[in-house]
Ligand binder design. Structure first.
Ligand code: GLC
Ligand code: CA
Length: 567
């Protein structure tokens, strides 16, 4: 099975810049968080047969690729991002046969399956780690990163875990510490050991042979770490390892690979995704996310939304990867708050602002990723007490911050704004109990707004958020200018409105999005005066731009015109 798919669908006949065409340029990816998507057997936990049962829904949205957050065997300390067997399925999610069936059923609908490759670390229950911790002479000792205590008899150095506290845990048996950049139950693999790399490549090929469409690579910018120099991101051998990985596994196959890289800059993104680099198709960068965090307290303290800053980041990335490399476009995922609660207005303008955000993102250059529930406008969850949370990061941080003197109420305010469980509440399928997600009490509470925000209601409503996403995804398939058109931003300093154009040959697409809940009078720059066809809009269609346009709250639209029609 050498090739997931031939070149993309119709409509993409004009070459764009110097970028070599790939099937995933015109694709849209949908992320499933398996635990929260659909429960087929009434145990309150989503599962693979549940995903399979929703493939028609995913297909009707126009999705080409489904990325599944980890489905592998795991003690679920971090909901599957702690894997104890890379080649088996977690029993609560199903069996390998269920997975193979999903691949076949997805492929029948033109959908490829992207697996989550979590190889910076394993679970502490992985057999490699069980061996490794037996002692310094064990053949698997060097599969992980062990160090003797530091000069004062404590931790080897100051490296910190992303989930709070030191990144070192003492193993009393040998008196040595092992490294974990995440929870103590997620020991970091030692990528400097060629045997580790070889085992991982074998495992990747095993999955590729099963017909998957590629990998999302978890925190992949950590794998080149140099612990003794306290380098955790972007280590000296990172790109060597990725090139080796590509050569040994997917390089000869036409698959999609996307790296999760919190440290990515436009410069490093070109190294990861540049055409002659043979590393990844694209990376997730997080600059637009982290720039909205408090410089001191990070995501646990809310910061007012700044559109000028957000536009500056998005534009910077559009320009930087214009000729080489490729952008992954996303507002949300399982680690981030719900986009509408973050950048829109979930209370005052739930439908308008959800559609506006989708329009602004999907017409950029890059491959859009939709996180489950985003397409129906799911919102952050109004948690009120700490025991409603399930996320290990939130629970750890709560303990540390409250110990350090933050009031529990303040912590919950921060967590409700940015915590990871906001995006992990069950998918809202219908008005049925538990939102139609399960017949039993789900592992995490359903957002009480499921009676108004749910897939069943939206699929049949032509004016719903769902149908707006469906249109945007279809537009990408039919207009090469959306896939390959050159990007230009306008009115960068405007505090409320995002304006950009995309040009391919003699076609020009103008996109306007009001990020505010107010009417805004926008003076159209001369160069953007246009008569054309309205491709999409969240109010009445707009097909001409001239003089001053009054935008309604969260209004967004796109006009396709010709470059020769400018006044
Ligand atoms: C990534 C995942 C996140 C997980 C972490 C450790 O950031 O997206 O959910 O907790 O890696 O694997
Ligand atoms: Ca289940």
């Amino acid at each position: 099975m050498d090739q997931f798919r031939e070149q993309p669908s119709s409509g993409l006949s004009t070459a764009g810049g110097q970028i070599e065409r790939k099937w995933w340029h015109g694709s849209t990816v949908y992320q499933v968080y398996p635990r929260s998507f659909a429960d087929s057997n009434g145990d309150g936990i989503g599962d693979i047969p549940g995903i399979t049962s929703k493939l028609d829904y995913v297909q009707s949205l126009g999705i080409d690729v489904l990325w599944l957050s980890p489905i592998f065997k795991s003690p679920m300390d971090d909901n599957g991002y702690d894997i104890s067997d890379y080649q088996d399925i977690a029993p609560e999610f199903g069996t390998l046969a269920d997975f193979d069936h999903l691949v076949v059923e997805a492929r029948k609908r033109g959908i490829g399956i992207l697996l989550d490759l979590v190889v910076n670390h394993t679970s502490d229950e992985h057999p490699w780690f069980l061996e490794s911790r037996k002692g310094p002479d064990n053949p698997f000792r060097d599969f992980y990163i062990w160090r003797k205590p530091g000069p004062n008899g404590g931790v080897p150095n100051k490296l910190m875990s992303s989930f709070g506290g030191t990144a070192w845990t003492l193993d009393p048996q040998s008196g040595e510490y092992y490294l974990h950049l995440f929870s103590r139950r997620q020991p970091d693999l030692n990528w400097e050991n060629p045997k580790v790399r070889e085992e991982i490549y074998k495992m990747m090929n095993w999955w590729l042979e099963r017909g998957i469409a590629g990998f999302r690579m978890d925190v992949i910018d950590h794998i080149g770490k140099q612990v003794d120099q306290a380098i955790v991101y972007d280590g000296p051998h990172l790109h060597d390892y990725l090139q080796e990985m590509s050569r040994e596994t997917y390089g000869s196959r036409n698959v999609l690979t996307v790296g999760e890289c919190w440290s990515a800059t436009p410069g490093s993104a070109l190294l990861y995704s540049g055409r002659d680099r043979h590393e990844l198709s694209m990376v997730f960068q997080f600059e637009h996310v982290t720039r909205q965090w408090d410089p001191t307290y990070g995501k646990w303290r809310a910061k007012p939304f700044d559109l000028v800053d957000l536009k500056a980041v998005l534009s910077k990335w559009q320009y930087a990867l214009a000729e080489d490399g490729w952008n992954a476009l996303f507002w949300g995922n399982h680690d981030l708050p719900r986009a509408i609660s973050k950048y829109g207005d979930a209370k005052g303008y739930p439908v308008e602002s959800a559609k506006m955000l989708a329009t602004a993102l999907h017409l950029l250059k890059g491959t859009p990723f939709v996180y489950q529930g985003e397409e129906i406008g799911m919102t952050n969850m109004p948690f009120t007490t700490i025991d409603q949370y399930r996320d290990i990061e939130t629970l750890n941080m709560h303990r540390l911050h409250v110990e350090a003197g933050l009031s529990p109420e303040d912590f919950i305010r921060g967590a409700n704004e940015n915590g990871r469980d906001n995006a992990r509440t069950p998918m809202q399928w219908s008005k049925d109990p538990y939102g139609g997600f399960s017949t039993a009490l789900p592992w995490i509470e359903v957002n009480p707004n499921y009676t108004t925000i749910n897939a069943e209601t939206e699929v049949s409503d032509e004016r719903s958020v769902f149908n707006h996403y469906r249109k945007l995804i279809a537009l990408r398939k039919n207009h090469a200018v959306i896939v390959y058109g050159a990007y230009q931003s306008w009115l960068d300093q405007h505090p409320d409105v995002m304006v950009y154009s995309r040009i391919l040959d003699d076609e020009r697409l103008v996109v306007i999005a009001n990020f505010s809940g107010r009417d805004v009078e926008l003076t159209i720059p001369n160069e953007l005066k246009t008569k054309g066809r309205c491709l999409i809009s969240n109010y009445d269609p707009v097909d001409a731009l001239d003089g001053v346009v009054t935008l309604r709250p969260y209004e967004a639209f796109a006009i396709l015109g010709s470059t020769s029609m400018t006044d």
